[in-house]
Design a protein around this ligand. Structure first.
Ligand code: F6R
Length: 369
C-alpha cells in the first residue's frame, strides 16, 4: 500500500505531481476556457459577489491564505481568510453577496462544518473545496469543487494541500474569466503555467536526497523559524506546522517583514532559519527585501536554509544551505516551494525514529469541536 515508501507521508509527498495534475484535469474546454461543471452556483450570483471568505483549519487554511493573494490579484474581489472556529464565534459580516469557500480534505472537520452552517444561515453561498466524495461538508454546501488528490492516509496533510491550492487557482481563474477581470489570453497563459507545475514538482522530488541529507543532520535541533513574504508567508506557516506535527519540534512561521517588529529577538547563534525566497524575476521589490531579511538573521548568527529558484545567485552569499526549486511565476510558486519543507519534516521525523504517519495527539479528521 505504501508503494515501496517507508511511510504513507513519504508516498503522498511523491504522489503530488499526480495530485495536482488530476485536480487540473478536464477543467478546460477545447478553446482553453475554464469549465467548472460541478460549480452549481448560478453565474449571476458569482458575478455579483462582493466578497469572498475562506474558512478552513490548519493546513487547509494555509491553502486559503495562498488563494487570497491569487484571487484578489486576478479578480479584484476582496478575500478574507479565517479559521473556521474563529469565524463562527464572532459576528462575521456575511450576506447574499458573500461567497464562502470552505476548504477541507476530509469534508468532516466539525469546526469547518459548523462555520458552513453558520454562513448559510446568514444567506451566503457556500462552495466547498474538498477531497472526499460524499462527505458532509460538500453535502451541506451549495456547490463543490473536488480536489483529486486521492485518499490521504498520513495524518499530516501534503498532497491534499497542493491539490487545494491548485483548486483555489482554478476558482480564481474561473471567477476572473466570468467577471472579465483578465483578458482571455492572459488567463490562457496562467493556465499554461499552472499545467507546467506537475513536472516542476517532480523536479523538486528528484532532488530530495539533498534535503533529506540536511534534515537527518538536524534531528537534534530544538527550534526552527520559517520566514516568507507574500505567498511565501503561508508556505512558511505550513513548513513550521509540518515540523511541529510530525517531528515535535518547536517551529514558527513569520511574515519576513514582521521580523524587526519582534521575532528577530529570537535569533541567536546557530538558530536554524528557513527562508522562502520569491522569484527574482518578479516585478516588485520582494526578492530584494527577502534577501536583506536573510542577511539580517545571518548577521545575528542564524544558520540559513534558503528555498530559492534555479539561477537565483543573489542568495548564495548569505545561505548556509540552498534548496533549489524550478523557476515559477510568483503566485504559483507555493506549489513548488512547500515541497522541500515537507520532505525536510518527513526526513527529520523519520531520523528521530518517530511514526510520521500517526503523530501523537492527532487524528486524521477532527470531528469534534
Ligand atoms: C495538518 C493537517 C491539519 C488539517 C486540518 C483540516 O497537516 O492535516 O491541519 O489540515 O485539521 O483538516 P481538513 O482539511 O480535513 O478539514
Amino acid at each position: 500500500v505504501k508503494g515501496g515508501f517507508a511511510s504513507f507521508m513519504d508516498k503522498e509527498i511523491h504522489d503530488q505531481p499526480k495530485a495536482v495534475a488530476d485536480t487540473l484535469l478536464g477543467r478546460t474546454d477545447p478553446r482553453g476556457a475554464l469549465v467548472l461543471d460541478e460549480l452549481r452556483i448560478p453565474e449571476a450570483t458569482l458575478r455579483s459577489i462582493d466578497k469572498i471568505i475562506v474558512i478552513a483549519c490548519g493546513t487547509a487554511a494555509y491553502s486559503g491564505h495562498v488563494a487570497k493573494y491569487a484571487i484578489e490579484h486576478w479578480c479584484r474581489i476582496p478575500v478574507e481568510v479565517e479559521l473556521a472556529h474563529e469565524f463562527r464565534y464572532r459576528d462575521p459580516i456575511v450576506g447574499p453577496r458573500t461567497l464562502v469557500v470552505a476548504i477541507s480534505q476530509s469534508g468532516e472537520t466539525m469546526d469547518t462544518l459548523m462555520a458552513v452552517r453558520h454562513a448559510r444561515e446568514q444567506g451566503a453561498s457556500v462552495l466547498a473545496i474538498c477531497n472526499t466524495h460524499g462527505s458532509t461538508i460538500p453535502r451541506e454546501s451549495d456547490a463543490v469543487l473536488y480536489t483529486h488528490a486521492g485518499p490521504e492516509v498520513a495524518v499530516a496533510s501534503t498532497k491534499a494541500f497542493l491539490a487545494q491550492v491548485a483548486a483555489c487557482y482554478l476558482l480564481g481563474l474561473y471567477l476572473a474569466q466570468l467577471r472579465g477581470t483578465k483578458f482571455p489570453d492572459e488567463l490562457r497563459e496562467i493556465l499554461e503555467d499552472l499545467h507546467a507545475l506537475p513536472d516542476k514538482i517532480q523536479r523538486v522530488l528528484d532532488d530530495e536526497e539533498a534535503v533529506r541529507h540536511v534534515a537527518q543532520k538536524m534531528a537534534d535541533e530544538e527550534s526552527f523559524l520559517f520566514l516568507g513574504r507574500h505567498v511565501g508567508y503561508p508556505v512558511a506557516l505550513e513548513g513550521a506546522l509540518k515540523l511541529k506535527e510530525i517531528a515535535y519540534i518547536h517551529a514558527e512561521g513569520f511574515a519576513a517583514g514582521e521580523l524587526k517588529h519582534g521575532p528577530i529577538a529570537l535569533v541567536d547563534e546557530g538558530q536554524p532559519v528557513f527562508v522562502i525566497v520569491p522569484s527574482p524575476r518578479g516585478r516588485d521589490q520582494l526578492h530584494a527585501k527577502v534577501v536583506s531579511n536573510i542577511q539580517e538573521v545571518r548577521a545575528r548568527g542564524a544558520r540559513t536554509l534558503v528555498i530559492a529558484e534555479d539561477g537565483d545567485e543573489a542568495v548564495v552569499p548569505y545561505a548556509d544551505v540552498v534548496f533549489r526549486v524550478p523557476q515559477t511565476p510568483s503566485l504559483l510558486a507555493p506549489l513548488v516551494a512547500v515541497v522541500p519543507l515537507q520532505i525536510f519534516a518527513c526526513a527529520l521525523a523519520t531520523a528521530k525514529g518517530l511514526d510520521v504517519d500517526q503523530p501523537r495527539n492527532l487524528a486524521k479528521s477532527v470531528t469534534v469541536e
